[in-house]
Design a protein around this ligand. Structure first.
Ligand code: FAD
Length: 445
């Protein structure tokens, strides 16, 4: 082995939500040499950055990068840390609904899915699982959350705080946390594996492209400092990071494409002004899931109180369409750019109808003590949720374990391979996918 070539059985790109799980699972077998490469710094985010009362993705954030979009003034953020986006996200850790998996490929039966989720969130045991998952308590709801739950509990179902599967109705948010600190995938998975001699973790290391022979056989990766040759390359760089690497590499399966198509969750903000300041706490304490696929999110306060440098826009309720709305991930120098397509007419109509419900709610008796009269307004253009997923869906461009069709030695395990959207945000489900695939490929060899 020369100084600038490293040899491994498996190289994993990205120590994020999925990558940390895989590194732990695959290095359990002492005879398998695993290298984990991460572009973020070697120092793990500390208590200041993991405080759930902040979203550390604003100006000068040490553990985030931002991607340009074609939506006026909006950028997409991603974690750039050991822990990935789990180190900077909102800490909402809800499963998808059981029916969201109906069209997943063979091998993804509900028992296996439940077992993998339960490892993460404690399942029926009532414990918090590896991610230390617990519900927002009554005391932590905040005044907007309390008014929201009072209003909707008179009109629809409410999930019990003990249950892990969400319902159509009110879903108090479950958080991956220790008190008010985010519990990251690195703490939950990587930490326990760091002493293993067969696992090498390399931070501050950006992978530039795959090493490919004959346009189909992937033999390793080229980084900004050295090359790693491995029997298998696993991309866990997140949907945007993985797209960047696929588009930069000479793979027949990609056919020289300059972009990949992903799904996003588009959302209409219904903003208002508060009569008194909000108490600090988790950004999103409670949500409503509707039977037509909306997630109505009751944010605690103005996003500007969570993110440095963001202009004030007012506290809001966001009406988010959990259907797949299109976003094109375009190769654009060092970082993918996001070009949003129009949501479908159906999605637009559903968001508008949901916004009408939110306006009615904000004018109700439950919100009378909180909302300044005449201050409610609905955004003209929908925003998006920082969730882009599904560029290389299982069952279409990859198999049920993320192996890329038309390529050898290449697997993807991150948000890129989600084959459908779900009723909830993606974090718990991406980690669930990594647990399940990690278990199966670890047993394979
Ligand atoms: C601000 C924000 C808030 C969010 N809030 C929530 C929430 O509350 N609930 C929820 O369900 N979802 C939320 N999400 C989404 C969720 O966090 C992500 O979908 C999930 O963490 C993605 O996991 P992943 O493993 O696919 O990628 P990531 O966790 O993003 O991991 C990818 C890793 O790869 C590294 N990487 C990328 N490219 C390279 C390269 N070329 N070389 C080396 N390393 C590389 C990155 O630095 C990163 O560490 C949020 C996302 C953001 C950005």
């Amino acid at each position: 082995m020369s100084a600038d070539v490293m040899i491994a059985d498996v190289v994993i790109v990205g120590a994020g939500s999925a990558g940390c799980v895989l590194a732990e699972r695959l290095s359990r077998e002492p005879g398998r040499n695993v290298v984990l490469l991460e572009r973020g710094p070697g120092r793990w985010p500390g208590p200041e950055e993991r405080d759930l009362r902040r979203l550390p993705i604003g100006d000068h954030a040490p553990y985030a990068v931002r991607h340009a979009t074609d939506l006026d003034g909006l950028t997409a953020a991603r974690g750039c840390a050991v822990g990935g986006s789990s180190a900077v996200n909102g800490g909402y850790f809800l499963r998808w609904h059981p029916e969201d998996f109906a069209d997943w490929p063979h091998g993804w039966d509900l028992d296996a899915i439940d077992a993998a989720y339960s490892e993460l969130d404690g399942g029926e045991s009532g414990g918090g699982g590896t991610m230390s998952v617990s519900p927002v308590s009554d005391d932590e709801l905040g005044d907007a959350g309390k008014a929201f739950e009072r209003y909707w509990s008179a009109r629809t179902a409410v999930r019990s705080l003990r249950d892990r599967w969400p319902v159509v109705g009110v879903n108090r948010v479950l958080g991956n946390r220790s008190g008010m600190l985010r519990r990251t995938a690195a703490e939950a998975y990587l930490d326990q594996a760091l002493g293993r001699p067969n696992l090498r973790v390399v931070p501050d290391c950006e992978v530039r492209r795959l090493e490919v022979a004959d346009r189909r056989r992937v033999t390793g990766v080229h980084t900004d400092r050295f090359t790693v040759r491995a029997g298998e390359v696993i991309l866990a760089a997140g949907t945007l990071g993985t797209a960047q690497l696929l588009l930069a590499s000479d793979l027949e399966a990609l056919g020289g494409a300059a972009f990949l198509d992903a799904g996003e969750h588009r959302g209409l903000a219904v903003s208002y002004r508060r009569k008194q300041p909000a108490e600090p706490g988790m950004v999103l304490p409670t949500v409503l899931h509707t039977d037509d696929g909306l997630e109505i999110r009751c944010y605690r306060d103005d996003f500007a109180t969570y993110i440095d440098g963001l202009p004030r826009g007012g506290p809001m309720v966001e009406v988010t369409a959990m259907d797949r709305s299109p976003v094109r991930l375009v190769a654009d120098g060092e970082r993918i750019r996001l070009a949003f397509g129009e949501p479908s007419a159906e999605v637009t109509a559903a968001m508008r109808a949901g916004a009408d419900l939110a306006v009615e709610m904000l004018h109700s008796a439950e919100f009378a003590g909180l909302v300044v009269p005449g201050s409610v307004s609905v955004a003209a253009v929908p925003g998006f949720s920082q969730h882009a997923w599904g560029t290389m869906p299982m069952g279409v461009r990859t198999d049920a374990l993320g192996a890329v069709h038309g390529a050898e030695g290449l697997r993807i395990v991150d948000g890129s391979i989600l084959p459908t959207g779900g009723h909830s945000g993606p974090h718990a489900t991406i980690m669930m996918v990594a647990v399940h695939i990690g278990n199966l490929i670890s047993d394979e060899g």
